[in-house]
Design a protein. Sequence first.
Length: 257
Amino acid sequence: MTLVTSEAILLRSHDYSESSRIFRFLTPDLGIVSLLGRGVRRKGGKGMAPIQSFSEGSITFRYKADRDLQTLRESHIGDGSLALGRGVRRFLGAALVAELLLTHSMREGDRALYDWVREVMRHLADDDEDRVLGWTLSGGWRTLAHLGFPPRLSGCALCDRKLEGPADTDAKWLCRFDESEGGLICSDCAVGRDRPRIGPQAWRDLTRLVDGDPPDGLRGKQAHLSLLERFATRHLEPSKGFRSFNALRTVLNKTVA
């Protein structure tokens, strides 16, 4: 058994007993680790600063490779803890990214993924309200790409025909998005397939979201959320669906025409 100290982002936690709690952290070197925090529910537990969902900091824990549940020894949350509780859409955006990670249950470290999740969480906490959904979508798409499921957008997923970027005036440019095939399919291959249509502007916006550069004034927010949900459901295969998508959709229905 090894004593490990690591950077970490808390993805989820739940009570385990009257005094203990189970935490699921994303770490750069070990992926997602589940830790039992004994006595953390007692006020002023030694070495245990309060840990809020999606906070970032340093944790120390006993690690044994063949165990699913490790033991948390200390936690230190820095001043940069993520202030996502000040807006429901901010919190649900973070919850969506966390749910994708937890559904995959990644067991190997990925520094680039960790850094990306940290960047997304900070944008969700600090950016203007009108950019929150863009960062949620971008966070979801690039997280899926890091997990091994990048959507194909530059070529037809069926015939491999290159999909040239449409011009602003090209009203006839049209593809469809087929999550079961892994991305876009050209108009010829789309014949007879009932899949969401992707026009020129939607293609440009989707490309930017997947590249981690959410556009300002994103249009078709509900449609983009549905595309991400369909793709994630097809490739991650959650046993009970994604709760965060439904919760975020409910909020959007109240605020987006």
